[in-house]
Ligand binder design. Structure first.
Ligand code: COA
Length: 325
């Protein structure tokens, strides 16, 4: 099922919003936020308290009434925008116009047109969505980049406290937006023909690999992608990407069990987590409990052939998924 509980081939509802000026979020009253029209909307109330190790409740994915105007973003909300990357070449050319010179340079470096077009469409959608929250033209937004390349809004937009992260895969981008808390998102297209165990040996912790091996064959694909997307979302939330050792932490992966960050080992020796632990006064392998408690992991039901995850600082957050087109 799709995030809306509809068959995946139901086209994403079109909204006439790309690149155009739209109503400023600041101009919207709370009452207007409640006024509605039918838009594909998935509510994921995610009071997943990692601190108390309480499990996330089951996702309540449903189509519900959504505001006609651009939605307000209270501090304890996370908006997930689902962006299809299937524009015509004319529309992609228009999208290119909102990109900054450095983004256009990056676009020009893609070897294949398809990859270039998807980067352009996703970046233009990111600019346009953020511009709606900020009430500035999309081409006026400035990004800064962390040490490992994580984009953020540059200082000029600091007062909004807006944070975002983007992931794109095989014709779909997810853009996650919140205020005042770090977040990371990852989406993957499910393929049943990947060498799960080989990849797990290289990229998963020994605990995760063991769990994967223990799953019945029918659950292995789902378990693998649960693990992969949760790990990527977490390292993206931290801003370190794949430069953060993937074996240094464990996530839950068993289908049907709540998404959770289980352990983060705070010592580089844990890279070799298949080695017997070494205990002396110089080195130790410890679990970083504060780090585990800092994050909520959430599965995002974005489409039948995709698996996606969100990692976000804090607990008791309201996560809502909407379509952008
Ligand atoms: C971040 C990373 C995990 C993304 O991998 P991916 O699965 O191929 O890509 P996704 O589609 O999920 O995410 C890409 C998006 O994440 C964002 N991103 C880039 N670097 C990021 C980082 N370090 N942390 C979080 N998000 C990042 C960007 O918006 C990027 O979109 P863009 O390519 O349109 O600019 C991977 O690129 C990585 O590890 N990068 C770090 C590399 C590094 O350490 N470089 C150091 C020298 S700069």
């Amino acid at each position: 099922m799709s995030p809306c509980g509809q068959a995946e081939d139901v086209p994403i509802q079109k909204r006439d919003c790309m690149l155009g000026a739209r109503t400023s979020p600041s101009a919207l009253s709370a009452q207007r936020e409640q006024s509605s029209r039918a838009v594909c909307d998935v509510s994921i109330n995610a009071p997943c308290s990692l601190g108390t190790r309480a499990p996330s409740p089951a996702l309540s994915a449903k189509c519900e009434q959504s505001p006609e105007q651009f939605p307000l973003l209270p501090d304890d909300h996370v908006h997930i925008w689902r962006v299809p990357l299937n524009q015509s070449s004319e529309r992609t050319a228009l999208s290119l116009e909102v990109l900054s010179p450095d983004e256009r340079e990056k676009a020009a470096r893609f070897r294949f047109d398809k990859d270039r077009n998807q980067f352009v469409q996703a970046r233009a959608a990111l600019r346009t969505i953020l511009s709606e929250y900020l009430n500035v033209p999309p081409q006026n937004l400035e990004f800064s980049y962390g040490t490992h390349g994580k984009p953020a809004l540059a200082n000029g937009h600091a007062s909004s406290n807006l944070r975002f992260n983007l992931s794109r895969r095989a014709g779909l981008a997810l853009i996650a937006v919140t205020r005042g808390r770090e977040l990371g998102v990852d989406v993957e297209l499910v393929r049943a023909d990947v060498p799960f165990f080989e990849i797990a040996d290289v990229s998963f912790s020994s605990a995760e690999s063991a769990t994967l091996h223990s799953l019945p064959e029918s659950l292995r694909v789902a378990g693998f992608y649960n693990c992969w997307t949760r790990k990527e979302a977490y390292v993206k939330a931290r801003g370190e990407g794949l430069s953060f050792p993937l074996k240094q932490f464990d996530v839950s992966l068993t289908p049907g069990e709540p998404p959770m960050l289980l352990n983060v080992r705070d010592d580089i020796l844990s890279l070799h987590d298949d080695m017997p632990p070494v205990h002396d006064k110089v080195v130790s392998i410890r679990d970083d409990v504060d780090e585990v408690d800092r994050w909520t992991l959430q599965e995002l039901p974005v489409g039948e052939n995709y698996v996606a995850a969100l990692a976000v600082e804090g607990t008791n957050l309201n996560v809502t998924c909407r379509d952008w087109a």
